[in-house]
Write a protein that binds this ligand. Structure first.
Ligand SMILES: Nc1ncnc2c1ncn2[C@@H]1O[C@H](COP(=O)(O)OP(=O)(O)OP(=O)(O)O)[C@@H](O)[C@H]1O
Length: 265
């Protein structure tokens, strides 16, 4: 039962901006195959934490380990090559490209060919392109939007563009996907579709770390949750444990009962 091992370990991670301690000595570990949520109010430090894990921001102190490799001071592309991809809070699709072309851009980190050989259009480049196109189509099938493959990306409804981002994140065969507020802006049908996709991908072995304000989703799909307030970790556990954690209840969940999930947003 307990043969899980951490795929990601965050150890005493700290980020100071001038006088502001945005992330203060935060530690937690995500097991392989988990759906792991990071929650907390606006300004709690969640995006800063994601940016340090993915190498977008250097940490002030502390370390991140991915499959026991230290990520500290690695560049974002090196971290991506190790098997971590992410989506962003705001949609980041290329409007003037088709859906499948968008997904194909996610494959570049694993491409065997380089720009020189690609420029010369050597035969193995063509083969590689075909392989990537096939994989992109499979990724679109996995998120349920392969029928939209040849549409321009900006013609897609918002929810489908989010699914496109997940397909693009998955195309490089990552071991861990970080999702920054994946449910933001989705209607209930789109949210349901996205939840199904995440659960299906997890069944196939993917690990997810996600930041989310939508507590209904967090509580229903997360294996474990970390709660951050003012840069400090104030709770960690299963959804049931989080509901029963007095510090977390005092900080947010008490309000939620009266005001609804908006208390988190
Ligand atoms: N580049 C920066 N320079 C200075 N301060 C920053 C910078 N980025 C973030 N901060 C500060 O760090 C703190 C944490 O911000 P962060 O964006 O990580 O919070 P968050 O939990 O992601 O919030 P939200 O839910 O609104 O996205 C805030 O006080 C913010 O103002």
């Amino acid at each position: 039962m307990n043969d899980k091992r951490p795929i990601l370990s965050v150890e005493n991670l700290t980020k100071v901006f001038g006088g502001v301690v945005a992330v203060d000595n935060v530690s937690f570990a995500v097991d392989e195959g988990e759906i792991f949520a990071v929650i907390g109010p606006n300004g709690a430090g969640k995006s800063t934490l994601f940016n340090m894990i993915t190498g977008v921001l250097p940490s002030s102190s502390g370390n991140v380990y991915f499959q026991e490799k230290r990520l500290t001071r690695k560049k974002p592309y090196q971290i991506a090559q190790l098997g971590i991809t992410r989506t962003f809070q705001n949609l980041e699709v290329f409007d003037n490209m088709t859906v499948i072309e968008n997904v194909m851009t996610g494959a570049h980190i694993t491409m065997k060919t380089n720009i020189l050989t690609a420029g010369l259009r050597l035969p193995n480049v063509k083969k590689e392109e075909i392989r990537i196109m096939e994989r992109s189509m499979e990724a679109l099938e996995a998120v349920g939007i392969s029928h939209l493959a040849y549409e321009l990306a900006d013609r897609l409804p918002y929810g489908s563009q989010r699914l496109l981002e997940i397909a693009r994140a998955a195309i490089s065969n990552p071991k861990l996907i970080l999702l920054d507020e994946p449910m933001a802006g989705l209607n209930s049908e789109e949210s349901r579709q996205l939840v199904e996709v995440i659960l299906k991908m997890r069944e196939q072995g993917m690990t997810f770390l996600f930041v989310e304000h939508d507590m209904e989703t967090v509580m229903s799909i997360s294996d474990r949750i970390v709660v951050i307030d003012n840069g400090v970790k104030i709770g960690e556990g299963t959804p049931e444990e989080i509901y029963q954690n007095p510090q977390v209840v005092a900080a947010y969940l008490g309000d939620e009962e009266e005001e609804g999930v908006e208390a988190y947003a």
